[in-house]
Design a protein around this ligand. Structure first.
Ligand SMILES: [Zn+2]
Length: 249
């Protein structure tokens, strides 16, 4: 059931998917790993769309140098925990959703419980080791993972539905070297909006997802393309050969 305020708020999107679709969004829980450049637009768009529960996880504090892209935070948030600043912004923009702010570093010990029984996991991280961790938890728990990554004017996104599509390790078996990379805020804006679109479509069970496709954005050329990717039978996370090996044991 929706309040008058919610009905008014969601009026224009309920033209697309009705009361039923809006209910679907309201009863969903999405975990966003990262409250930075990518996490900001993803969280904002999921919040305004009315995704009922958003769990946002980050271990950082807001710094001045974040503000060229991390649009959940503003000048007054410097020094605050990013998740607290994120929760304040999200609740101010939509008081009808629940936001969980979890200030922690995602690691092998806590990843599973942080994800819980969410309906989707958004990879809004800035490093591959944590991405692989989220990927592996997504596969074990059979929860979709919405990947996004950026560098400069370039970005990429893909959607992983465990069991049916290529996983992050199938597509990127080796992590790129860790670095402090350049970034302009519009790039995570584009990629985060793509990821949020994927989450919404998945929750509504509508449209065609970015499964087995890597979406690539080149902002300098204003060019978007998608590249076919395939499940690797030898993949250490989702490979069928691995499943056979485990069954034999
Ligand atoms: Zn895989």
């Amino acid at each position: 059931m929706f309040s008058q305020r919610e009905l008014e708020r969601y009026k224009r999107q309920m033209m697309l998917f009705g009361n039923e679709g809006q209910e679907q969004l309201k009863k969903s829980t999405v975990v966003i790993a990262g409250a930075g450049g990518i996490g900001s637009p993803v969280a904002l768009y999921l919040a305004v769309a009315g995704v009922g529960t958003i769990k946002i996880v980050d271990n950082d504090m807001v710094e001045q140098s974040n503000l060229n892209r991390q649009i959940l935070h503003n000048e007054r948030d410097i020094g605050k925990k990013k998740v607290d600043s994120a929760a304040e912004t999200l609740q101010a923009i939509n008081p009808d959703i629940t936001v969980w702010a979890i200030h922690t570093t995602i690691d092998a010990k806590n990843a599973k419980s942080l994800v819980g029984n969410a309906d989707g996991i958004v990879d809004a991280m800035d490093n591959f080791p944590t991405r692989y961790l989220l990927n592996d938890v997504a596969i074990v728990k059979k929860i979709p993972l919405f990947h996004g990554a950026i560098r400069g004017f370039y970005g990429q996104a893909t959607t992983i539905i465990p069991g049916t599509s290529a996983c992050l390790r199938c597509i990127f078996p080796k992590a790129p070297p860790k670095e402090v990379f350049p970034v302009i805020g519009v790039t995570p804006g584009v990629i985060g909006a793509v990821q949020a679109t994927e989450v919404i479509k998945y929750l509504l069970n509508k449209g065609e997802l970015l499964t087995n496709r890597l979406f690539i954005w080149d902002g300098m050329r204003s060019l978007a393309e998608d590249v076919r990717v395939e499940k690797n039978p030898d993949c250490e996370a989702c490979g069928t050969k691995k499943e056979r090996r485990q069954k034999r044991k």
